[in-house]
Design a protein around this ligand. Sequence first.
Ligand SMILES: C[S@@+](CC[C@H](N)C(=O)[O-])C[C@H]1O[C@@H](n2cnc3c(N)ncnc32)[C@H](O)[C@@H]1O
Length: 269
Amino acid sequence: MAQKLDLRPTKRLGQNFVIDGGTVRKIVRAAEVSGSDVVLEVGPGLGSLTLALLEAASHVVAVEIDPVLAKQLPVTVGERGLGSRLTVVEADAMRVTPTHFSGYLPTALVANLPYNVAVPVVLHLLAAVPSLERGLVMVQAEVADRLAARPGSKVYGVPSVKAAWYSDVRRAGPVGRTVFWPVPNVDSGLVSLVRRDPPSTTASREEVFAVIDAAFAQRRKTLRAALAGWAGTAARAEEALRGAGVDPSLRGEQLEVGDYARIAEHRPA
Ligand SMILES: C[S@@+](CC[C@H](N)C(=O)[O-])C[C@H]1O[C@@H](n2cnc3c(N)ncnc32)[C@H](O)[C@@H]1O
């Protein structure tokens, strides 16, 4: 197929295609896709995962930014008689909303994500597509660790806390680099996301995310110091932290998403 399209995979778009049928089947199995699912796939590429998803799901909405690949996909899928259950959206996944999905409401995100934008794509889709109940995504191994990290871990950071706002996140297994063409210079990992209610709080998501960004912008500092800019002064940051029941001498990496929600609620007026 790549030869037929005279395709030269672009690094900028994270174009490493899975050429191993076993890996594709492993992803679909781990995602537990069933006939009641509408799957949202980001970056279908040459369609290897798309075809496997179409065997299991009722419908697949595939968002592809590369116009050559987006135009080829319905042809590839149509040749196998599955075209009526596929909607291709030629767009940037970081900008799509349900209005692009021709009335389909995706229940599961399943994707081998473009690695350079994996975190913003996941966070955008969890926010913009409320019908998504769960996700199974393949990302760079380090990103998988970061997304699934728990407080206190060295790699716990903004992606971990923000992903936890929307979902329970777990690593779902490693994937070696040799299953791709071209072979990337990193290993990959599967991440499972199961939607849950965000922490109950009077603060908006944007307000909570502003505290998270501030706390990790200077992750070596205590929260009292790191949140000084956000609160106006270090004393006001301390007031917000104490109001939220959080020790001001802690660091951002020690808090859970619920702690951030309480701090946002206590921002001094
Ligand atoms: C890692 S490849 C995966 C391809 C295919 N799903 C597979 O497993 O072989 C990533 C795909 O995402 C597409 N892509 C990159 N950035 C994108 C974006 N912002 N929105 C939608 N698709 C994107 C690339 O063109 C490429 O097809």
